[in-house]
Design a binder for this molecule. Structure first.
Ligand code: UTP
Length: 648
């Protein structure tokens, strides 16, 4: 199908800050020449400040500005979309060289027209180690991608931004484009030419401060001095640089990931200080003129700053450019910004919000339920009565809501089939029963009545106007999910945990360890593989409870399931693993769903969620968790019958 052209898109790309692992991006590249160089690793985060713009199709390449921040002396760029003209601007080292570099790269590699871009807001300080140049390059790459429907994923956009910027005199590194991941902190790995990216789990919000030292540094000189130590170190000084950017850095980064996940801001701040010490001891001697950094050390050693922060270090290429601190609290963050500004620095606050828990869930309930016809003419299958272990009988969906609340979920998005269904759900879970009925309820049911209404207040609704499949239904929740990891549960399935922890809570716990899109799986009889999505890959742990997926096949035949997709199990033998009906959705999955829908890639006329997860196997990686529990697909008559006995 031809690439679809969007009319106008709104864009935001933040600046980025390297928290740990600066310089390890280009160092890791030297693995191409010297396999003893360890891979580079860096923790990078988008910040609150960034560039906002709108973009639309044009035959030319035009850049306007309406943001007050850039208004002074602004003259629009208006160029032909020709290779010669864009090359000239890119190589001019003028203000528009970066944007022209990206347009040039696009023009060389894709069959596209031009763009008319308007920058509407720019609150990102320039030239302060926050990669404003990479942010504008990612923004231009994304504008081309979205307007011309090029189907690039985030790593693809980063690549275009990188090669576009390299067409100018700038020598940006590979970690600068991490801003393409928005405000989420990520781990980037640099192994030769290969880069990998995975999101971090943040247990508690982290209150960061970054400040421009208003001193001077020569980044090109720093890079040139340090690059002299590669690929093969010749002396003690150079060996130290290899250690610091290699093994030492890997250790520090691994510890930082753990501390961020555990929410230990105090030790994380101390780790910033330790990372600076390693840098001073082992890297600075290779570029002593630029990296002795007196202004940086003055502020790092300021006792007032020490009282407000847990620790700090230099930024980007280091030297007397910018400094970053981890403040002790939100209040101290504000005080630190004020203090630094009063002392002639330009300071900014940004917060890395907690992303530790999966707080939201999505349940699609818009399907008709053909298999339960004619019952579904009258009752939605999500309202089927089920027995609970406390002796009550309740609608299936209420049991699911309870499982979610017990697993720490705070907001639930229901994907319904029509506005009428919203009314139906509100009546069932939000409106109180009449006073007359209420007066008849025994005490324990009154209690339940209050709990049901509390659940009702946590529900939000999205309508799936056209029934275009499960994947399409899930896609309707993209705005509700935003950048967060979200639990997805089937609306017609009952889950029975074999431990005290509900299945949803088990899955959330496993996600918090892996930080990647995830699917709950269960062992299934190979003979029933035709009713399941089947996953195969390699076990990550000895207990064989976590699998890194390599294949995801929808409803394979029993022969294919047994011969090609079965996995080794403990005590010998093999087993087939099918989807248990609970998933962790991440922004990457929504990206893939968007691509499927834009490209009209259906199976039997429906957009399949399986296709989106299968695409995630390559990048960013897909994990599967074997839970201690079973599922009953109540949309199927046999399983509905069976559930009666199991829940007795
Ligand atoms: P099913 O695959 O069971 O489809 O949906 P269905 O249409 O509900 O039922 P059958 O197969 O015709 O009997 C799995 C989940 O996805 C929802 C369903 O409500 C169910 O929770 N779904 C499915 C939607 O919300 N929209 C769709 O277009 C399809």
């Amino acid at each position: 199908m031809a690439a679809s052209i969007a009319n106008q898109v709104d864009l935001f790309v933040p600046g980025r800050l390297c928290l740990f692992g600066e310089h390890s991006d280009w160092a890791g590249l030297h693995r191409v020449m010297n396999a003893d160089v360890p891979s580079g690793q860096a923790l990078v985060t988008g910040i609150d400040q960034g560039i906002y713009a709108t973009a639309k199709e044009s035959s030319r390449f035009i850049l306007h500005n309406t943001s007050p921040e850039l208004a002074e002396g602004w003259v629009d760029l208006d160029s032909e979309m020709s290779l010669e003209r864009l090359k000239e601007i890119a190589e001019s080292s003028g203000y528009f060289s970066y944007v022209a570099g990206v347009a040039l790269y696009m023009n060389e590699h894709y069959n596209i027209g031009g763009l008319e871009i308007t920058i509407t807001k720019m609150d990102l300080p320039q030239k302060s180690g926050l990669s404003s140049s990479a942010a504008i390059c990612v923004l231009i790459a994304r504008a081309f991608n979205q307007i011309y429907g090029l189907n690039l994923n985030t790593i693809g956009e980063m690549r275009v931004a990188y090669y576009g910027e390299r067409k100018t005199s700038s020598r940006c590194g590979r970690l600068d484009q991490a801003c393409a991941f928005g405000k989420s902190p990520v781990l980037m790995t640099f192994d030769g030419e290969e880069i990998g990216v995975s999101r971090l789990i943040v247990k508690e919000s982290l209150y960061w401060v970054v400040a421009n030292l208003n001193a001077s540094k020569d980044t090109i000189r720093i890079l040139s001095d340090l690059n002299h130590c590669y690929p093969f170190p010749q002396n003690e000084v150079e060996r130290n640089v290899h250690d610091a950017l290699g093994a030492d850095n890997q250790k520090i980064v691994a510890e930082a990931i753990r501390l961020i996940r555990e929410g230990d801001a105090e030790t994380l701040g101390q780790l910033l200080t330790r990372a600076q010490q390693v840098f001073d001891e082992k890297v600075a001697p290779a570029s002593p003129d630029e990296l002795s950094s007196p202004a940086l050390h003055r502020i790092l050693n300021d006792p007032k700053v020490g009282a407000l922060s847990f620790g700090g270090k230099g930024v980007g290429s280091q030297g007397d450019g910018s400094v970053q601190f981890l403040a002790r609290s939100k209040e101290d963050q504000r005080k630190l910004v004020d203090y630094l500004n009063e002392n002639g620095l330009e300071a900014y606050a940004f917060t890395i919000p907690e992303k530790h828990r999966v707080r939201k869930a999505v349940i699609p309930v818009a399907g008709f339920g053909t298999r339960l016809y004619p019952m579904t003419r009258v009752i939605k299958k999500e309202f089927l009565p089920v027995f609970d272990s406390d002796g009550t009988v309740k609608p299936l969906i209420l049991k699911l809501f309870e499982e979610l609340i017990d697993s720490g979920i705070e907001e639930i998005c229901l994907i319904v089939g029509s506005k009428d269904e919203i009314t139906q759900y509100k009546k069932a879970f939000f409106d109180p029963v009449s006073d007359e009925h209420r007066s008849k309820l025994p005490l324990e049911f009154l209690d339940m009545e209050n709990r049901i209404q509390a659940i009702g207040r946590r529900l939000v609704y999205k309508v799936q106007e056209h029934k275009l499949g499960f994947g399409h239904a899930v896609y309707q929740s993209r705005e509700f999910c935003g950048d967060d990891p979200v639990l997805l549960m089937l609306g017609d399935t009952l889950y029975r945990s074999e431990t005290k922890k509900p299945c949803a809570a088990q899955l959330i716990e496993r996600y918090e360890e892996a930080g990647k899109p995830m699917i709950a799986i269960q062992e299934i009889p190979a003979a029933r593989s035709g009713s399941f999505g089947v996953l195969a890959g390699s076990w990550v742990d000895d207990a064989r409870k976590l699998m890194k997926a390599e294949r995801f096949v929808e409803k394979p035949s029993p022969a294919v399931a047994q011969n090609e997709l079965s996995m080794p199990i403990e005590g010998g033998g093999r087993a087939v693993y099918g989807v248990l009906g609970q998933y962790i959705l991440t922004p990457e999955i929504f990206h893939e769903l968007g691509q499927l829908i834009r490209n009209e890639k259906t199976q039997h006329g429906e957009f399949q969620l399986t296709d989106a997860y299968a695409a995630a196997i390559e990048n960013p990686g897909l994990y599967c968790a074997v839970l201690d529990g079973r599922m009953f697909d109540l949309g199927n008559v046999q399983a509905y019958k069976e559930s009666f006995t199991v829940f007795e």
